[in-house]
Write a new protein. Structure first.
Lengths: 111, 118
């Protein structure tokens, strides 16, 4: 069974601080997606990483896919209150096409 | 813009009644859709894979007779919660995968449906 361990599960920081969220697995994924979800809404795709070692940047967000395609990280620079939300990583199984979700990271950025 | 819609966005029903939730793919024909449920402050849990023209594939522990899935067309999948009970109260989210110009690995999610069973 493929599992994705996401950490931390809760994070409360002050505006302007940096943070990193990690997703780790013993399994290899064909790709990995990061989503952001606000209360009462569906997850919104932030990025898909496909190639081992790949780094993608989205404004203040930096996403990295591990060389072995088993882990990924999301780094936010100078967090803002608007970054508050639930961040979800999800690995795509090449065998089934299903997404394996991490437990999620609830981020609160205080002004 | 949105690629997946859901209806209704929220529903309140009495225990014992059935509730139907619709999921529509707005911009491409989706042969496969997915249904998830999510409890407060938790991640998404896959319930089933909806396949157009064939039976849905349910995840272990999900009662197929309670959660009826019908993929009636290439743009519509429905989830019916039969004889709903308070423990079925949850946030139900559907997704599609792939589409024109998009990665086949990536899923795009609907806005979700909040079900409250009294």
């Amino acid at each position: 069974t493929q599992l994705l361990e996401q950490s931390p599960q809760f994070l409360s920081i002050q505006e302007g601080e940096n943070l990193t969220v990690y997703c780790n697995s013993s399994s290899v994924f064909s790709s990995l997606q990061w989503y952001r979800q606000e209360p009462g809404e569906g997850p919104v795709l932030l990025v898909t990483v496909v190639t081992g070692g790949e780094v993608k940047k989205l404004k203040r967000l930096t996403f990295q896919f591990g060389d072995a395609r088993k882990d990924s990280s999301l780094h936010i620079t100078a967090a803002q209150p608007g970054d508050t939300g639930l961040y979800l990583c999800a690995g795509s199984s090449s065998n089934t096409g299903k997404l394996i979700f991490g437990q999620g990271t609830t981020l609160q950025v205080k002004p | 813009g949105a690629v997946v819609s859901q209806h209704p966005s929220w529903v309140i029903c009495k225990s014992g009644t059935s509730v139907k939730i619709e999921c529509r793919s707005l911009d491409f024909q989706a042969t496969t859709m997915f249904w998830y449920r999510q409890f407060p402050k938790q991640s998404l849990m896959l319930m089933a894979t909806s396949n157009e023209g064939s039976k849905a594939t349910y995840e272990q522990g999900v009662e197929k007779d309670k959660f009826l899935i019908n993929h009636a067309s290439l743009t519509l999948s429905t989830l019916t919660v039969t004889s709903a009970h308070p423990e079925d109260s949850s946030f139900y989210i559907c997704s599609t995968q792939g589409g024109r110009g998009r990665s086949t690995d990536t899923q795009y999610f609907g806005p979700g449906t909040r079900l409250t069973v009294l």
